[in-house]
Design a protein around this ligand. Sequence first.
Ligand SMILES: [Zn+2]
Length: 342
Amino acid sequence: MSWYNWIVLSFSLLCLVRALDASAGDADPIYKACVEQCEKTGCVGTKCFQHCKFSSDGKPIDGPWYLQEPLYMQWKQWDCRSDCRYHCMVAREEERQKLGDKPVKYHGKWAFRRAYGIQEPVSVALSALNLAIQFHGWVSFFILIYYKLPLRPNKKTYYEYTGLWHIYGILSMNSWFWSAVFHSRDVELTEKLDYSSAVALLGFTLILAILRAFNVRDEAARVMVAAPLIAFITTHIMYLNFYNLDYGLNMKVCGAMGVAQLLIWAVWAGVTRHPSQWKLWVVVVGGGLAMLLELYDFPPYRGFVDAHALWHASTIPLTYLWWSFVRDDAEFRTSSLLKKTK
Ligand SMILES: [Zn+2]
């Protein structure tokens, strides 16, 4: 039982770490002065940015009329700020390294190196790979259930959780898509989309865990379980998007939902006589260990690979095994239902 405590502990620590460690680097007066200077002059050292060319009244100096629209101006100022922050951060981290100081975070993130304008290339690539594995898992489930296993006379599957796994597949692919977008360009909109899809996925997998582990097959009972959870998840997403993007609160909510479903699967894996029980165990233990990676938040190796990227890497084999469990479950349920009808 001790690893349960570990997960709970790591989640509560995770909240603390996130809440305290908002920004050590961006409070640094040298960094602040650099960004301020850059937003005025458009240059960091010898590097200058085209988007930072504003006249004194905030209008761009050159360019045709359509480039002077307010919306475009906002984009330009946005780009200017993000380029200034990035190059000041790189310059400051190089200085710090020469002085023998440890790396620090800027605006809640480590100093990542960009590649082709992508902020965290490794996390983007791993998110894309996760998306591909999810797609592969979902398609193989689809083929198994509709083409390999027998169907009911009304053309529906014997397996009672088909629809739920389809929703799971779609929500997780959506979530990995926005994760890839967010890691390539971190602005408020992409951040909100990434967080919202992750919360939606986590909330739905909790519902799925309850329905599958407790064998809830009756439509009315399913609605009774799902409705309050859907209401809660929707409220939480609305709160994050339209009221306050509170990282601490979101961590607690996600942590609670994550631990709850791991516990449900773990207990179920302990009592069930499911033939693919071991796959459940591996995913539950692996999932718990993977969460520890999020806790052990080390700075990116060579500016590229950090704990978060490794966490995205660890979900790839777990996802593969997870879909394999889902396929086994579909086969197992179908064959036991067929035995009953005979
Ligand atoms: Zn991520």
